[in-house]
Each structure stands twice: as C-alpha cells, then as structure tokens.
Design a protein around this ligand. Structure first.
Ligand SMILES: C[S@@+](CC[C@H](N)C(=O)[O-])C[C@H]1O[C@@H](n2cnc3c(N)ncnc32)[C@H](O)[C@@H]1O
Length: 387
C-alpha cells in the first residue's frame, strides 16, 4: 500500500511557510493572507445565549435564507458541528434566489443542477483554510467533545493495523487513530486540508501518509487496508454508494468500515432548534425527511464563533447530500457490508462539556456512527443511485 514512502519526505521538505503568533503558537496558513483568530471559543451558557443576536445579524446579510425567529425560538439548527445561522431556510433553499453568496451571475437553472465531485472539491477547498484554523483553535466543539470521543469509543482495536481515513480534513482524527497504534493513510478532496495535515505530520511525525484523493475513486489497489474510517464526510459526497463500494474494494477480507454522518433522521433538509428563553433546548423541529438532495449548499459558521469573529471571516459553504436512514442502510448493505453497531452520540458522553449547543444532542443526536464489516467483495460500477 505504501508504495511511495518517499512522498512524505518530499512533502515535508516542500511544506509551506508558517507564521508565529506573538505567544509563539503556530499560525497555520499565515503566509496565505489568512485571518488570525485571537479569541478563544466561548464555553459558558451566557455566551451561547448571545446567539440570538448572531442569528439576527446574519439574517440581515443573507435575508433570503433565514427563517423569522419566533418569540421563544432562539437558535436555528446545527448541521455538522455547529450553528447553521442560515440554517433552516438554507436547508430548503436549493433554488433560493438571490443566493446567499451574492453570486447573481450564475442563472438559477444552472445552480439547480446536481453538484458533482468537482463542485464539492471547490467548496471544501474554499472552506479549508478557515476551517483548519478554527478547528485547531477549538471551535469545532461538536467534533471534539461529542462525535470523535463517541467514534473512538465504538472503534474496534486498531493497534498494529493498516487503516485509511477518508475525508480526513486537516487530519486531527487521523492523528488520533495513529496515536492508537494504527499505520494510517488518509485522503481528502481539498488540497489545502492535505497540505495542513501534511505540515503537522512533518512537525510531529506519526507515520501518517496524507494524499489528495476522492473517496468515490480511491487511489489504492484492492484489499490494501484492515479498516477504513470516514468522520463526517460521506454525506458530503454526491454518490455515497460509490464511496461505500470503494471502501469495500480497498478493505481486506473481514476488515471493517466505521463512519459518522449527519444523523439522517435529525438533520434532514429542514432542521430548527427550538430553545426556551433560558437557552435550554426545548425541541428539534425537522422536515423534508424524504427529500433526497443532490446539491444543497449550507451556509454557516461554527456555533462558538462570536459575533465579532463572524464579521471577520466568511461563513462556510458545504454541499450536503441527504439520504434517509433506510437508504443509508440499503447503501451500506448493498456495498457488501454487515452492520455490526450503530452509535448516536450525545453530550451525555462528553463529561465536563456543558456548552448550550451541545445540549441539543441530548434532545436528539446530531450524528450517526455506523460500524460495519466487509461481508463480501463487490465489484463493478455502482448501480444507478436510488431516486
Ligand atoms: C465535515 S469535514 C470533516 C473533516 C474531518 N474528517 C474531521 O472530522 O475533522 C468533511 C471533509 O470531507 C472532505 N470530502 C468531501 N467530499 C470528499 C470526497 N469526495 N473525497 C474525499 N474527501 C471529501 C472535505 O474536504 C472535508 O475535509
């Protein structure tokens, strides 16, 4: 599998320049005109309650996409980790016009077409610099406090095994896998993520090889790995069936796949978190569960980003391809896997973290973790996607 062991050394010597904070911390991407985030993420409820103001501010900027806030409804939903400030309406705005990103040049007919891998790569590449900086500053609290701990708790033993992490982002979770003793390979479709991951690997080597690659067309031969992981990336892929079949193809017989996705039941195209005036989560409103999306682009910031910080950084734009729970199960089984275990992480599994936004996960889970073993090999192209 690691036929090109010279690649890491070459990439290390090619690694781009990094800057330094005044306090000596590394400033990833500082040489690329990046905006530095100096402020630590908020951790108490009083700041979380300030989100109402945030949401209203954003509504002014992207007023085509945000729901009117009801009297006791403070914070819109949180797909991915976070605060989709353009949340619920974004989720149903597949054809919204004018678009939140101000692109009025592209005609609606073109914007409505299904997104493909190239579109997905473009969006994630545009997010990657700011995402890396913010995630490494602790703003991705859903990942760090809820999803990844639950994922690791559910993971079978990986000590001494060869693994592939698909959609690795800036590599934080891949590094956790490597620290558990696995020999890790990782791919992501956005080159900037891979560059940041590789730079960290050069600085603090864990034997990980990071590559630019598409989870739907993995650059590895059959049966290269003992296990495959994908943290919150498969729902970002236009054809998850192909991605699952690719995972099956590169797995050795008896190997396992473990992935997390936005929970199909509780983060469908329409989601809104209803809160009491004291900030406590009251309920999650969901809708459009049966609407398979082929190119929805959500616009949002990490919840923990303050109002001031949001004025300095552009929101993320992430393509999401929603499937129902039964569709996901059909896809996993159809790709030759037997499902062994499902996980539904909640902040209850994150002792010590009481941020208000994490409480949403005590009402309903934000992500679903699936552990499956390779039952049989599948070959040939993916059948046509389910409508
Ligand atoms: C929500 S981020 C999660 C990143 C990382 N796994 C983590 O948990 O921090 C989704 C990641 O999937 C990547 N991605 C999306 N589509 C992909 C594809 N077709 N192949 C590989 N990576 C992809 C994105 O570039 C992004 O890094």
């Amino acid at each position: 599998m690691h036929e090109d062991d010279g690649q890491i050394r070459r990439m290390c010597s090619d690694a781009g320049a990094r800057g330094k904070h005044r306090d000596g911390r590394e400033t990833e991407g500082a040489g690329h005109g990046a905006l530095l985030l100096e402020v630590q993420p908020p951790s108490d409820r009083s700041q979380a309650q300030g989100f109402r103001t945030n949401a209203q501010t954003v509504r002014n900027k992207v007023n085509d996409t945000v729901h009117t806030l009801e009297d006791d409804v403070v914070i819109p939903g949180l797909p991915n980790s976070l605060d989709i400030i353009t949340g619920p309406a974004t989720n149903t705005r597949r054809n919204a016009w004018p678009p939140a990103n101000g692109d009025t040049q592209t005609p609606p007919s073109e914007r409505e077409r299904a997104l493909d891998s190239t579109d997905v790569a473009r969006h994630w590449e545009a997010n990657a610099e700011a995402w890396t900086r913010q995630a490494r500053s602790g703003f991705d609290i859903f990942r760090d406090a809820v999803n990844t701990p639950a994922f690791m708790a559910q993971l079978p033993a990986i000590q001494g095994r060869e693994g592939l992490d698909v959609g690795c982002g800036e590599g934080s979770n891949t590094r956790q896998l490597a620290r558990r003793g696995a020999k890790m390979m990782a791919v992501d479709i956005a080159p900037t993520f891979v560059r940041h991951a590789q730079e960290t690997e050069c600085k603090d080597p864990l034997g990980i090889e990071f590559r630019v690659g598409d989870g739907m067309a993995l650059p590895f031969v059959e049966e290269s790995f003992d296990f495959v992981t994908a943290f919150m990336s498969l729902m970002d892929m236009p054809d998850p069936q192909r991605a699952l079949r690719e995972a099956n193809r590169v797995l050795r017989s008896g190997g396992f796949l473990q992935f997390s996705i936005l929970h199909p039941c509780f983060v469908p195209p329409h989601r809104k978190v209803l809160r009491r005036r004291n900030g406590k989560t009251r309920a999650i409103e969901i809708g459009d569960y049966f609407a398979t999306t082929t190119g929805r682009v959500d616009t949002w910031w990490f919840s923990m980003l303050s109002r001031k910080q949001r004025q300095k950084v552009a929101p993320f734009q992430t393509p999401i391809f929603h499937r129902t729970l039964s569709q996901w199960i059909d896809l996993v089984v159809g790709a030759g896997f037997a499902i062994e275990k499902l996980g539904e992480p909640t902040a209850g599994t994150a002792p010590g973290r009481r941020e208000a936004v994490l409480e949403d996960t005590e009402v309903a889970p934000l992500s679903l973790i699936v552990l499956a073993t390779k039952r049989r090999a599948v070959s040939g192209p993916s059948p046509a996607p389910t409508p």
